[in-house]
Design a binder for this molecule. Structure first.
Ligand code: G3P
Length: 215
């Protein structure tokens, strides 16, 4: 399972890169707005840290505009992937970009039927937002199961990026199902690593080590 970090914060991205665990980065306009830096400058800085896919969102509302944005991102750095919302002009743009060999990630995905059309359009990635489904009393993880099954049934190349992850169980469930990628916010990455019994055990070992006579 590949691990992307879901943030536009450079320090958080560097930290996971330094751990050797960074397979990619996902951003969205909300995450970028928290960083108080022009978006293009921020994207270039992220691309300096991350060799894998750097997902940056198109904001045009028509297919031609989205295609232009994606072409420009692709020209700036080949590892930029354009995130495109799941709406009609978006799917049209995905098809066009797929023909040009430009990678896309269709975002704001909430149903298996959307996922089917996205794969047929030729997107490289699909981003189902599971936390937001949980928020409205739907089981977000059901969508991951459906997408993984549908894509396997037809050998679609589109990779499932589990997004809108809120806690470690989302990551574990996604791994059990066999999702290709999980994009994880920095605080959830910390929670995946930490265990109180590890901390207690380390302290005890260090305390006991101090009691060993030095030769
Ligand atoms: O990857 C998508 C993610 O950024 C959305 O997360 O928590 O705003 O639903 P959230």
């Amino acid at each position: 399972m590949k691990l992307f970090i879901d943030t536009a914060n450079l320090d958080a991205i560097r930290r996971v890169a330094d751990l050797g665990l960074l397979d990619g980065v996902t951003t969205n306009p909300t995450l970028v707005s928290r960083e108080k830096m022009p978006a293009d400058k921020l994207y270039d800085e992220i691309a300096k840290i991350c060799e894998g896919p750097v997902n940056v969102e198109a904001v045009s509302q028509d297919a031609d505009g989205i295609v232009e944005e994606a072409r420009a991102f692709h020209k700036r750095a080949p590892n930029f992937v354009t995130k495109i919302p799941c709406f009609e002009p978006g799917l049209k743009a995905v098809r066009q970009l797929a023909e040009e060999g430009i990678p896309t990630n269709v975002t704001l995905v909430f149903s298996p039927s959307q996922g089917l059309l996205i794969a047929k359009a030729g997107a490289k990635f699909v981003s189902p937002f599971i936390g937001r489904l949980d928020d409205i009393s739907h089981t977000g993880m059901d969508l991951i199961e459906d997408l993984v099954m549908i894509y396997e049934n037809y050998d679609f190349d589109t990779e499932v990026v589990v997004a809108s992850v809120r806690h470690p169980l989302h990551v574990l469930e996604a791994a059990r199902i066999g999702a290709d990628i999980v994009t994880i916010p920095p605080d959830v990455i910390d929670k995946l690593l930490k265990h109180p019994l590890t901390d207690i055990g380390m302290k005890k070992f260090l305390d006991d080590y101090a009691k060993i006579p030095k030769g």
